[in-house]
Design a binder for this molecule. Sequence first.
Ligand SMILES: [Fe+2]
Length: 372
Amino acid sequence: MKKIIVALLVVFSQLYGQNFKFAVMSDSRGDVHGVNEPVLKKLTHHLLTNNPDLKFILFLGDLIDGSWKDASENFSQMKYWKKVMSEAYNSSTLVGKKVYVGIGNHEVRTPKDEANFLKVFPDMPKNGPADEKGLTYSFDYDGVHFVVFDTDRWYYGDTTTTKDDHPDWHKFHHYQWLENDLKAARERGVKRIFAGSHEMFFPVGGHLRDGLANLGRNLTLPLDSAAKARLTAHDKLWKILVDNKVTAFVSGHEHLYSRQSVDGIYQIISGSSGAPVYDFNPTYDQGDKKKVGREFTYSQALPYYKALGYNYGPGKNSQKSEDFVGKRAYHYVLFDVQPDSVSVKTFGMLIKKNTMTKTDSTIKLIDSFTIK
Ligand SMILES: [Fe+2]
């Protein structure tokens, strides 16, 4: 009898409930043709073999290291990345595009890179803004809406001259498109929304100076008008996600795993599938001791904490939210979308203290929580 009830429940949930898994990964740059091939392969294999019911992967940028000079090298590195990910591309169980790729700053280092990115990944949805087709896009899966937006454009200068060519990183340009996209999703009755981009809203480690707030180096208070404008743009974009009750915002860029809830929505960073792992924002209690990578000292970080409204001072975590959880690991984040909640599990190889790459190489569960 018990078996029959269980079987009926499974059939019922398949017919009437949402229940599917997707994974978020990012930042796999490394030494083998620009890719950390051994780690990326190992994580992907672990993800796929342990989750035959996985539907797709969102891979949010910095796939490769890239070159500042040679577009053909970047093209070749992106193609190589696809080869390294062949287990996912060849999977018979993943659906849709199998791997939904977002572009990151490391894919945008020369003027030709964006066009080459679109050649290597030609089948991303083309419903984005006119000048970001295949770079910013959205899709629905099983009543859940996903939007991936480009936060690292090469260029928004005068297209008639190359003089002002510059990487236009750490920004988003299409607020109206995003608002319309989310509104349309709500109107057709989607149950949940997940939003993702390469850059994060609330930096947690080595990228305190950039991300979408993009406050630059050597920040001083009070903020000058340029810093104020960037922070206003950041707040406006975050508010669109909050107003549309996004379940979670996911990103890469910070080579760390972290999650925290801000204004009722989660920011989850899945920031290293092979890229060298940073350390977290320095706390008051750690003092001005040097960290492993490019992180600021506490004194250098303090103006950023104040500008971003972080918890700082004795006993505080130097992050945006008190519920912050972070791990230093090569990892992926697995989302199990259920009818009334989302179970989130992160698997990874922990990185040894005071190093950026040394690991015991055992993939294990490193965080688990539920979003209602
Ligand atoms: Fe990045």
